[in-house]
Structure formats: C-alpha cells, structure tokens
Design a protein around this ligand. Structure first.
Ligand SMILES: [Zn+2]
Length: 477
C-alpha cells in the first residue's frame, strides 16, 4: 500500500511539474526596476511578461530565469513607469492643417506621451478617425481621448464648435456627441450664457460624461463645481476661487456695481490662503479637478523675455501650425509694461497655488494646451516642462508624476487599465535611464517606449523626430 501511495504521489508531482512549462511572452522585460507610481517605492530587479498588449506577469528576475519572450529587453539598471498622459491638447487650425496635425502624433510618442486628451477644436472628424486607427494599431500615435466639438454659444470666437442657444439645441448637440462616441464633453464660455453653461454640465453628466471647461466670469467656481464640472481648465480660475470674497464680488459684478476690471482687481486683492484651501477642499469633495496648463501661462507671460524664434523644437512643426502662433504673440507684443509686469506676477502667484491645491486633496491633472494657436507649447516636449513646473512649485517628483500617469486615467475612470506597472494593466510603458522619483527630469531621459506590442528604442524614437524635421526642411526649401 505504502509503495502504491508513493508511486501515485510521484506521478502527481511529475504531472504537475510537466504541465508548468516556462512561459513565453510577446515581450519580456528582464531585470528592471519598477517605479510604483502610487507609493514612489522602487521594486528592484523585476521581470515583466507582456501578452496581448497587457502586463501578464511580473516576478523577480531570479524567479523568472526560464521565462522567454518573442522580443526580449535586457533592462538592468533601468526604470519603468507607465507611458505619460497629457490631459489637455488640441488638434486644429482648419482643414488645410490636417496633415500637419497628424504629424503631431509621432511627436507625442517620441516624447513618451502615450495618451492625450483632445480638448476640442475644428478638425474632430480627423481626430476621431486617427483615434480609431491608433487603437487598431494601423497608425502610430498616442491613445486619444477626445471631446469632439465643444459646446459654445452662438457666434463664439472658436471655430468648429456646436453652438447652442437653448435647452432644445443643447439636447440635439449632446445627441450628436453621443453619435460620435466622444469620451467627454468640453464646454466653454465665450458666447454661452451662464445658465446654459450650468445646464450643459448637468445634462452631459446625466448622460454619463465627464465634463471640462472654461467657466463664465458671472459664475463662482463653486457654482460650476456644484453643477458637476469634472475639470476646470487653466490655473487662472483657481486664483479666482482663492478670493475670500468671491461670492460677493461676483454678485456685485452681475448686478452692475463693479466693472469686469474692478471685479478682477478685487478678486486679486482678496486672495486668502485659508479661504483658498477651504474652497479647494469643497471642489475636491465635488470631484472637480484642475488642469493648470502652467507651461502655456509661463510662455505667454514671459514672451517679453523669450522670443522662442530659435527653439530647436520648431523644426518638428509644420509652417501652417507655426503661423497660428502669431495670434497670441501679436496680442502679447501689444501689452504695456504694466500689463507685462502684472502677467509675471500672476504667473508666479498661480504656481504658488500648487501646494495649496495638493494639500486640499483636489486632483491636479497634467495638461499642456499644446497644439495650434498656443504659441511654443510643443506637443510631447511640453508635458515634461509642465511636470518640472509642478516640482518647482512645490510638489514632490512623485506627486508631479502622479498628476500625469494616475490622475489622467482616474479622470476617465480607467485606473483598472492604466496608472501603474502592474499585472493586468495595458502595456503602454516607458523605460527610463534614471529614477523620476529622484529627479522629475528623468522622464525626458527615455531609453525605450512600448506601445501596442511594439518596442521603440531611443534610436527609433529619434528617427521619428528626424523624419519630421526632414519633411519640413523640404517644405521650406
Ligand atoms: Zn485648451
């Protein structure tokens, strides 16, 4: 009996061992340091197996010595993080610039940006087409989450909007966005009445959309947040919210007791740290986040000191897109010395809000406003500068990184798929030469990028840049 028992046990063990063949992966990354983007801890010497565009398994290098891959990357002493998210970009400038906009896609990839949130403009059909092709793997570019055309009032200054004047038109506009299968709804205030602005947030939210917007001056920031706005775009609005008397000042502006300029100046004078934190806490509890786009503010605020005409990144952009930069540059050039100084002051003040916002628990989400019109905010490159500004403003490198790789997917409810290098997450990955938790500038020091099961080493990423530069050089000659 005893010997039969042993024999049986032996066969079971034999079968068990035999069925556990060493796994083979589509891509195998060996001996890498994983940066946990939630804690900032570095898990040294790990091996990552990727299958079907997803992280299938992770274990220590020593326990995975028999793993193999159709492609193998030896990544000793390198650091891996998720691909970066730029949560505020634009594709636009009219149909004549479609080809130049399409050329921005590899620019994001070459800079490690694997997801962008397109915040509306005038070439939505092309953007939606690229989104699909990128997802199918037939076009190289970042994963695009797009608002499609944004909601505005009649005759707004922005081209390509869905212009609405009443609730019926709002319903029709949202129906058309449903049909386009957009990822969120962008609403701006150039010609939209404050009432319809609030109604638009509410109706879009009822249909299950996240919303994003520029907020009407006649409304307090709390009012738009209470209505359900999920992200406020641009830091200036957080300055308005930081006034201890925002409610009273806006009320006086609305009933004509104050002019716009007087109200603005009073809002600045009544800045109060405690009021700011209390307000930000309330916005946070409503689920409203802020996309500061400080790189854009810095560039426009300091055009008096930097003309950017010899920026090396210009060679990667088409002449038509560069031409759209004139609008803001010309406006800035007309500014008085006083206006220039107040712009510098405002920029510094906005940067100083970062730690207050972080402390309040409100989500800071990294976005750049790169694309057309917004002068010298270079697609892909600018995201790294935005993260560096966050650190200069007082966030830790880990917090800065989280604004992109965690708060981006969190906005869309996608943290089950993105946000960290973990089993089950989409394999949009960035391998860096050094640790971004020690120095945020490490995000620029890219060793390799993985997206859609393709591995791009530094040489291949540089080739993408070179190809763009040579294309435009030809056009100039
Ligand atoms: Zn924008």
């Amino acid at each position: 009996m005893k010997s039969i028992g042993l024999l049986l046990l032996g066969s079971i063990l034999f079968i068990a061992c035999k069925t556990e063949k060493p796994p083979v992966f589509d891509i195998l990354i060996k001996n890498i340091n994983i940066v946990d983007t939630y804690t900032g801890k570095v898990i040294n010497g790990q091996t990552i197996g990727i299958n079907n565009d997803t992280i299938a398994q992770i274990t220590s290098f020593n326990s995975a010595k028999n793993w193999t891959g159709n492609q193998t990357i030896n990544a000793k002493d390198k650091f891996i993080i998720p691909g970066l998210w730029d949560m505020h970009v634009h594709f636009g400038g009219g149909d004549t610039l479609i080809a130049e906009n399409k050329n921005l896609l590899p620019l994001y990839i070459a800079n490690g940006v694997t997801t962008v949130r397109d915040c509306a403009a005038d070439i939505s059909p092309s953007v939606l087409k690229w989104k699909k092709e990128i997802q199918e793997g037939t076009l190289l570019g970042p994963y695009i989450l797009t608002s499609g055309p944004k909601l505005e009032g009649k005759n707004s200054i922005w081209p390509g909007d869905l212009e609405i004047e009443n609730e019926k038109e709002l319903g029709q506009a949202l129906d058309s966005l449903d049909k386009l299968k957009v990822d969120f709804v962008k609403i701006t205030d150039n010609a939209l009445s404050p009432e319809l602005f609030l109604k638009s947030i509410k109706e879009a939210t009822i249909r299950g959309y996240k919303t994003s917007g520029h907020t009407p001056f006649e409304l307090t920031i709390s009012e738009v947040s209470n209505a359900g706005l999920t992200t406020i775009e641009h830091m200036g609005y957080m300055l308005k919210a930081a006034s201890s008397q925002e409610d009273e000042i806006i009320k006086d502006y609305k009933n004509g007791k104050l002019s716009y300029a007087e109200a603005q100046s009073l809002l600045t004078q009544t800045f109060d740290t405690a009021a700011a934190i209390a307000k930000y806490k309330k916005l946070s509890s409503n689920g409203t986040g802020i996309v500061p786009t400080l790189i854009g503010s810095r560039i426009t605020s300091y055009l008096d000191q930097n003309n950017h005409l010899s920026d090396p990144e210009l060679k990667y952009l088409g002449p038509g897109l560069i031409k759209t930069y004139d609008w803001r540059v010309n406006r800035a050039n007309k500014a008085s010395q006083e206006a220039i100084e107040s712009r510098h002051k405002k920029y510094k003040k906005m940067v100083s809000l970062l730690p207050l916002i972080q402390q309040s628990g409100m989500k800071i989400i990294a976005g750049t406003d790169a694309g057309f019109l917004n002068s010298y905010i270079y697609p892909g490159f600018a995201l790294h500068e935005e993260l560096q500004i966050f650190v200069e403003g007082g966030l830790s490198p880990l917090q800065a990184l989280q604004t992109s790789v965690i708060n981006g997917p969190k906005y869309f409810g996608l943290t089950a798929y993105y946000g960290n290098v973990e089993k089950g997450k989409v394999a949009n990955l960035l391998i860096l030469n050094s640790n971004p938790i020690n120095d945020i500038k490490a995000t620029k020091d890219i060793y390799m990028l993985i997206k859609k099961l393709k591995v791009y080493n530094r040489t291949m990423l540089d080739e993408l840049l070179k190809k763009l530069a040579s294309e435009y050089e030809k056009e100039i000659n």
